[in-house]
Design a binder for this molecule. Structure first.
Ligand SMILES: [Mn+2]
Length: 347
């Protein structure tokens, strides 16, 4: 048995009590669209736990992006195809439906019609997430922890409820390790909680196997093009010795932002217009709280945004170019103000 000393169990107990009190019978576990390994592993771990609790969970994977697909096939991880079939078969049946969003908390982020048609039928909508967001309208319960990954929350949840035998599933523990590695950029953003949970998971899972698989993921040609175009279109601003760059791409905005930081930017802000929304992604390699800046500006305009010091996102629910420009300008001003404050303290 694993010691629970480091874990505050009460929020986890409350979460499970909520599910039971609301008689969630057919639970659908849904990761965000374009799921990454953190979202996937978290869904898997949650499914194992809820199965033990007899809550009849099914995992609904939206279409799997190339990167995750490579990992699942290389590692021989489950694809949850029969879960998907059951969910579609049960559609329209008269049971109380509960949906748990995993690794995101805003149902408005769901764009695919076939997924929407399922979430629209939910009686109870719950989310488990490590990204800070203002609680959104039709969410009935949010299990939020300010951790580096949802895989850490799920690992803790399993341990807190005394079901650590679930982690003896070598593949599951390996997947959770991978989720943590992906979301911390290979431990760049790890903290003591990360290491504590990793030390438990690595008793069961294979760190070396998942680490080497993650390093060999072939990159999609469209992503490579997005990265290069993103770099080509940058506007560069220099504040003392700090470089802030802005660019626009159609897709792969997170990857583009990370690649710009690797190229030399201290802060990269990438805008991407989607069908219904505009996403602004921030990445930073210096010590300023980007997440807080994004959150403050998002709150001011009634949008959803936040993150942590190294990575942040803001979503604008409309295609209003002027508004996007305003937000970009505000981000720039806030970052510059913070930088100037920092310099004056140093000076
Ligand atoms: Mn995540």
């Amino acid at each position: 048995m694993i010691e629970q000393n480091h874990i505050d169990s009460s929020t986890y107990m409350a979460f499970i009590s909520f599910l039971k009190e609301n008689e969630c019978k057919d639970i659908i576990i849904l990761p965000h669209e374009q799921p990454d390994l953190d979202a996937y592993a978290s869904c898997w771990g949650l499914k194992e736990l809820l199965s033990r609790l007899k809550l009849n969970p099914l995992v609904l994977l939206p279409s799997i992006p190339m990167e995750l697909n490579y990992i699942l096939h290389t590692m021989n991880f489950p694809l949850f195809d029969s879960d998907r079939n059951k969910i579609y078969k049960n559609r329209g049946r008269d049971t109380r439906k509960c949906i748990i969003l995993v690794d995101f908390s805003n149902p408005e982020r769901i764009e695919k019609k076939e997924i929407k048609s399922i979430t629209d039928q939910a009686d109870i909508m719950v989310a488990i997430d490590h990204h800070y967001a203002k609680q959104v309208g039709n969410l009935n319960y949010l299990l939020y922890k300010p951790y580096n990954s949802t895989s850490e929350i799920i690992t803790e949840l399993i341990i807190a409820l005394d079901y650590s035998s679930i982690l003896e599933n070598k593949d599951l523990s390996t997947a959770l390790i991978g989720g943590i590695l992906i979301d911390t950029s290979f431990l760049d953003r790890a903290n003591s909680k990360t290491f504590y949970l990793l030390s438990i998971l690595s008793n069961y899972g294979s760190y070396s196997k998942i680490a080497s698989t993650l390093k060999r993921i072939p990159r999609n040609i469209d992503e490579k093009i997005a990265r290069l175009k993103g770099a080509q279109r940058t506007k560069i601003y220099r504040i003392d010795n700090t470089l802030i760059v802005f660019t626009k791409v159609g897709s792969y905005e997170s990857s583009v932002a990370s690649s710009l930081v690797k190229l030399g930017a201290d802060i990269a802000i990438v805008t991407s217009k989607k069908q219904h929304v505009t996403r602004i992604i921030g990445r930073s390699r210096i010590n300023i709280n980007l997440g807080e800046i994004f959150r403050t500006i998002a709150d001011k305009y009634g949008y959803i945004g936040g993150g942590h010091s190294g990575a942040a996102v803001l979503t604008i629910q409309q295609k209003n170019d002027e508004r996007v420009e305003t937000i970009i300008n505000e981000l720039y001003k806030s970052i510059v103000n913070l930088l100037l404050k920092k310099f004056s303290v140093v000076a």
